[in-house]
Design a protein around this ligand. Structure first.
Ligand code: 5GP
Ligand code: ZN
Length: 118
């Protein structure tokens, strides 16, 4: 559905500054911070400031935001020095292992990544 602030949402709290996180980049519409359980030397999450539960909802309600997240991820990759490449992942729904239901784009890099993932 359209963006609705969720007072119980972990990433809304990080965006609001109510829960600490290591912010690496921020724009008018998105915030990028380090994953607390990194799966690669660089593992950053790019999230919209507005609460959408997953990437499909972002694409439906705010396609320009979907573009903003990918652009912000590119800027994070540049800042992090990921010249060797990087991977962007939106886990969407239970089968994909989504655990936090505020849309977030994983930026992974700094090591060789296997394909396909598990
Ligand atoms: P998902 O599986 O939903 O795509 O990924 C959620 C990610 O959020 C996981 O990689 C997890 O490590 C990360 N995460 C969960 N709680 C926190 C937190 O409190 N702070 C930060 N920085 N990352 C978190
Ligand atoms: Zn949220």
């Amino acid at each position: 559905s359209a963006p609705m602030p969720d007072p119980d949402c972990l990433f809304c709290k990080i965006v609001a500054g109510d829960i600490p996180a290591e912010i690496v980049h921020a724009t008018e519409h998105s915030v990028a911070f380090r994953d607390v359980n990194p799966q690669a030397p660089t593992h950053v999450l790019v999230v919209p400031r507005d609460h959408y539960v997953n990437a499909a909802e972002v694409a439906h309600w705010a396609p320009a935001m979907a573009a903003d997240l990918i652009t912000t991820a590119r800027d994070v990759a540049e800042k992090e020095g990921l010249e060797g490449g990087y991977r962007l992942v939106f886990n969407t729904g239970a089968d994909a292992g989504q655990t936090v239901f505020h849309a977030h784009l994983h930026v992974l890099g700094g090591r060789h990544l296997q394909w396909p993932p598990g």
